[in-house]
Unconditional design. Structure first.
Lengths: 445, 324
C-alpha cells in the first residue's frame, strides 16, 4: 500500500499543480455560475417595469386605425401630422420609432410598412407589429367571408398544458419537461466530457512513461498492476477534486453575485438549499408557496423541482464508475502502443461506444423511459452518460442500482483484462501491436 | 561466496525461447559481465533478476535464499533504455524514485543531497528534466540507481550517452561501489570496458550460455600460443642463427638493427609438439625461445599475444552460428 500511495501521490500532485488544472478550475465555475445567474437575471430584468417604447404611427391607408393598442412595453401613438413631420420627430429623438404604413394599391389590403428610427428596430417590436397587422387583415378577410366577429373571438383559446409527477404516496409535483431536458443534456454532456478528459489522461500518462522508458525503472520497484492502479486512482482523484471545486466555487459565485443581482426572496442558493435536501412534500409546498412570485422564481422552481442533491450524488457515482471503466481500457491501450499514431486502431471502437449515448441524446430525451434509454442506461459502457440524461426525468431506483452494480462489475472485469495487456505491453518497444497479439497477451497466464 | 545463484532458468515467449535452462553463479563483491549479441536473452535475464517478469521454470537464489519481492530494495537497476519524467523537477523525481525503492523521505533526502554535492549538481535540484542534457539526465539516473545502497547493481550499457570525461567518472563510481561491497552485474557490448572492469563473465547466445568463467582464465583458454618479440641485435650477431630464426618467425622484419616478428610455439617446435596447451611444455618452449633470442641481441619485448575479449566474443558467437 505504501508504494501505491506514493504513485497516487505523484500522479495527483503533478497534475493538480499544473497551470491548465488551475485555469480549468477557475473557468468552469465562472461559466456554470453564469449559466445559472444570467437566465434568472434576464427573467427578472424582463419582468421589471421599464419605460415603454414609444412608436409613432403614420397610417396613410387608414386601415389600421384601431388595432395598435398600447401595452406596458410599447406605447403606440397615432400621428396625424404626416410623414415628414413624424420623421423629424424621430430625428430629434422625441419619438424613438415611427411606423409608416403607405396606402395600398386599389383592391388590396395595405401590407407594407416601414420603420424609421435612430436605432435599428428590435426583432421583438417588428414581430409585434407584423402580428397586429396580419391579424387585422385576417380578421377582415374572415368577416368579409361572413364569419361573425364574436365567433372569431371565441375561436382563439389559450391552451395551457402542465404536467405533474405523482409519486407512490400520492404527492403531486409540478414537472417541467423543458428544464428536465436542459438539465439532462447538460449533465449527460458534462459526464461524457469528464470521463473522456480524465481517462484519456491515463492513456497519455501511460504512454509518457512508456516512451520515456522510465517505466522499466519503476516496474523494477513496484508491480505493473500497482503502477497502473496508482495512476488510475491518482488521476481519478484529480477529476473528483476538479468536480468538487467546481461545485463549491459555483455555489460561492452564485451566492456572491446572485444575491446582488437577484432580489433576496428569489436567491437561487436559498431555493436550491432549501429544496434539494427536502422530501417531496416540502418540495410541493415550497413550489406552491413561491409559484406566484413571478417569472424568475418560476424558473428557479423548475430547477429545484429536479433533485439537485440526488443528481450531484449520482453524477459522482457514475463519474467514478465510468471513469474507472474507461481509464482501465485507456491504460491498456496506452500500454500496448508505441506512439500516438498507433493509438487510433484501438481507440476507434472505444470512441464509438462512448459516443453512442451522445449521438442518441435526442431519442433518450424524447423517450426517457423507452427501450433505447433503458438498455443504454443498463449497459456499463453507455450507462454513465445515458443515466445522467435520464435522471432529471426520474429513474426507478431498481434501475439505478442494477446499472451501478453492472458498471462497477464491468470495471472489475475490465481492469483484470487491462492489467494483463498493460503488463506485457509496457515492456514491448518498437513493435506495432495487432489485435491478435493483444488477445494472446490476455490469454497468457 | 556467491550472492546470486541462477539455476535452470527458462523463459519462453510466444514465438521464441529467450532463456534455455540457464545456470550460473555471481560471486559476491565482483564485477560480473553479462555478455551476448542483441536478442540473446540478456534483457530477459535482467528482467527476471529484477522481478519484472517471472521465469517459466528454474529459480534464482539471492544470498542463498529464494529471490523474493523483499529483495527489490537490495537491487539497483539502470536499464539500457532509460528515461525520466520530463516535466518533473529533478529533485522531486529523484526523491520519488528513491522512495519507491523503499527509502523513507528523510533518509532519501539526506542521501540525495550527499550525491548532488558529490557530483556538483546541486543547482539542478529545481530544474525540470527536459531542461537537462542527455548526459546530465544520465547522472541523475545513476544516482537514483545506487541511492538505496543495493547489494546488487545492474547496469545495462551504462556508458552509452556519456562523454569520455563523464564515462570515466562513472567508471570510477562503479568501482567505488564494488569496493564498498556491492556486486555489479554489467551488461554491455563494449568489450574494452569488459576487459577493464569485469572479473568474470557469461556469454549468452541464442538463449544458451556459450562461455563463462573468469576473464583471465577465458583469455588464457583462448590463448593463441603466439608470441610477439622485438630484439635489438648485437653488432656482431651470428648470421646463421638469424637466418635459421627467420624461417621459424612470422612477419619477420629486420630494420634499424632490430629483429621483430611473431613466433608460434607449434611452428617453433615442429609438428610433433603441437600440443602446447600442456603448461609445462609451454613454459619450457618459451624459455628455449628466449635462450635462442638472447644469442642474437637484447630483448626489448617478448609477450604472448592474448586475444581481446572482442575477438573472443566474435569467435564464440560466429562459431556458435556455424554449428547451428
Amino acid at each position: 500500500m505504501g508504494k501505491i500511495g506514493l504513485i497516487i501521490g505523484r500522479e495527483y500532485l503533478t497534475r493538480v499543480k499544473k497551470k491548465t488544472f488551475i485555469i480549468m478550475t477557475i473557468l468552469g465555475p465562472i461559466l456554470m455560475a453564469a449559466a445559472i445567474i444570467i437566465p434568472s437575471y434576464i427573467a427578472i430584468k424582463s419582468s421589471e417595469k421599464e419605460p415603454a417604447t414609444s412608436v409613432g404611427i403614420v397610417d396613410e391607408s387608414g386601415f389600421y386605425d384601431d388595432v395598435f393598442v398600447s401595452t406596458d412595453r410599447i406605447e403606440f401613438k397615432y400621428l396625424d401630422s404626416g410623414l415628414a413631420k413624424a420623421k423629424a420627430q424621430a430625428i430629434s429623438g422625441e419619438m424613438p420609432y415611427v411606423l409608416y404604413i403607405p396606402e395600398a394599391d386599389s383592391g388590396e389590403f395595405p401590407s407594407k410598412a416601414v420603420f424609421y428610427g435612430q436605432e435599428n428596430v428590435g426583432e421583438k417590436l417588428k414581430t409585434v407589429v407584423t402580428n397586429i397587422m396580419s391579424n387585422k387583415v385576417k380578421d377582415t378577410k374572415l368577416q368579409q367571408a361572413g364569419i361573425d366577429s364574436e365567433l372569431l373571438k371565441s375561436i382563439k383559446t389559450n391552451i395551457d398544458v402542465k404536467s405533474y409527477k405523482i409519486d407512490e404516496t400520492g404527492n403531486e409535483k409540478r414537472s417541467y419537461n423543458e428544464i428536465s431536458q436542459i438539465i439532462g443534456y447538460f449533465a449527460g454532456l458534462l459526464i461524457y466530457m469528464f470521463i473522456i478528459m480524465f481517462s484519456s489522461q491515463v492513456m497519455r500518462g501511460v504512454m509518457e512513461e512508456k516512451s520515456s522508458r522510465i517505466v522499466e525503472v519503476i516496474v523494477s520497484s513496484v508491480k505493473p498492476f500497482q503502477l497502473m492502479m496508482g495512476k488510475i486512482i491518482g488521476i481519478g482523484l484529480v477529476g473528483l477534486t476538479q468536480f468538487l471545486l467546481w461545485i463549491i466555487l459555483t455555489l460561492v459565485l452564485v451566492g456572491a453575485f446572485g444575491s446582488s443581482i437577484i432580489p433576496k426572496e428569489t436567491n437561487p442558493i436559498e431555493v436550491v438549499n432549501s429544496v434539494a435536501p427536502a422530501g417531496n412534500e416540502q418540495v410541493t409546498d415550497i413550489t406552491q408557496s413561491i409559484a406566484s412570485s413571478g417569472v424568475a422564481s418560476d424558473i428557479l422552481n423548475a430547477v429545484s423541482s429536479v433533485h439537485i442533491g440526488q443528481i450531484l450524488l449520482l453524477f459522482l457515482l457514475y463519474f467514478v464508475g465510468g471513469y474507472l471503466l474507461y481509464a482501465s481500457i485507456y491504460a491498456a491501450i496506452g500500454g500496448a502502443v508505441d506512439s500516438e499514431d498507433d493509438t487510433q486502431q484501438f481507440m476507434w471502437p472505444v470512441t464509438i461506444i462512448v459516443l453512442i449515448p451522445v449521438v442518441l441524446i435526442a431519442n433518450i430525451v424524447n423517450e426517457p423511459s423507452g427501450p433505447i434509454a433503458f438498455w443504454l442506461s443498463i449497459i456499463p459502457f453507455t450507462s454513465p452518460v445515458t443515466m445522467m440524461i435520464r435522471l432529471p426525468f426520474g429513474v426507478p431506483t431498481w434501475q439505478l442500482i442494477l446499472s451501478l452494480l453492472l458498471l462497477f462489475g464491468g470495471f472489475v472485469v475490465m481492469t483484470w483484462l487491462s492489467g494483463k495487456i498493460y503488463r506485457t505491453g509496457i515492456l514491448m518497444y518498437g513493435k506495432r501491436v495487432t489485435w491478435k497479439e493483444i488477445i494472446k497477451w490476455i490469454k497468457t497466464k | 561466496m556467491n550472492i546470486i545463484h541462477v539455476n535452470q532458468v527458462r523463459k519462453q515467449y510466444q514465438n521464441h525461447l529467450a532463456l534455455n535452462d540457464v545456470s550460473f553463479d555471481i560471486e559476491k563483491g565482483s564485477i560480473f559481465g553479462l555478455l551476448g549479441p542483441n536478442g540473446a536473452g540478456k534483457t530477459t535475464f535482467i528482467r527476471i533478476l529484477t522481478m519484472i517478469t517471472a521465469p517459466d521454470s528454474g529459480y534464482i537464489l539471492f544470498n542463498n535464499e529464494k529471490l523474493d519481492s523483499h529483495n527489490i530494495a537490495d537491487i539497483g537497476y539502470l536499464p539500457e533504455e532509460r528515461g525520466l519524467y520530463k516535466k518533473m523537477k529533478v529533485g522531486e523525481q529523484a526523491l520519488y524514485l528513491a522512495r519507491l525503492k523503499g527509502l523513507d523521505r528523510d533518509t532519501a533526502m539526506t542521501e540525495l543531497k550527499k550525491w548532488f554535492i558529490k557530483f556538483d549538481i546541486t543547482s539542478w535540484w529545481d530544474k525540470k528534466v527536459e531542461e537537462l542534457s542527455k548526459g546530465m539526465a544520465q547522472k541523475i539516473q545513476f544516482i537514483t540507481t545506487i541511492i538505496h545502497h543495493p547489494k546488487v547493481l545492474i547496469f545495462d550499457e551504462p556508458f552509452s550517452g556519456f562523454d569520455p570525461v563523464n564515462a570515466s567518472i562513472l567508471k570510477q563510481e562503479i568501482i567505488n561501489q564494488r569496493n564498498n561491497g556491492a556486486t555489479i552485474v554489467f551488461s554491455t557490448h563494449n568489450m574494452e570496458s569488459v576487459e577493464e572492469l569485469c572479473d568474470s563473465i557469461v556469454l549468452i547466445n541464442n538463449a544458451n550460455i556459450v562461455l563463462d568463467g573468469k576473464v583471465k582464465d577465458i583469455k588464457q583458454r583462448f590463448g593463441t600460443s603466439l608470441y610477439n618479440f622485438d630484439i635489438e641485435m648485437f653488432d656482431d650477431y651470428n648470421q646463421n642463427i638469424v637466418e635459421e630464426m627467420k624461417h621459424k618467425v612470422d612477419d619477420c622484419l629486420i630494420k634499424d638493427g632490430h629483429l621483430s616478428g611473431k613466433i608460434s610455439l607449434d611452428k617453433y617446435l615442429g609438428e610433433s609438439y603441437s600440443n602446447v596447451s600442456d603448461k609445462h611444455l609451454k613454459a619450457e618452449t618459451t624459455n628455449m625461445i628466449v635462450n635462442d633470442l638472447i644469442k642474437i641481441g637484447n630483448i626489448v619485448t617478448f609477450n604472448e599475444v592474448l586475444p581481446t575479449m572482442n575477438d573472443i566474443f566474435i569467435k564464440t558467437v560466429t562459431a556458435n552460428k556455424e554449428e547451428k
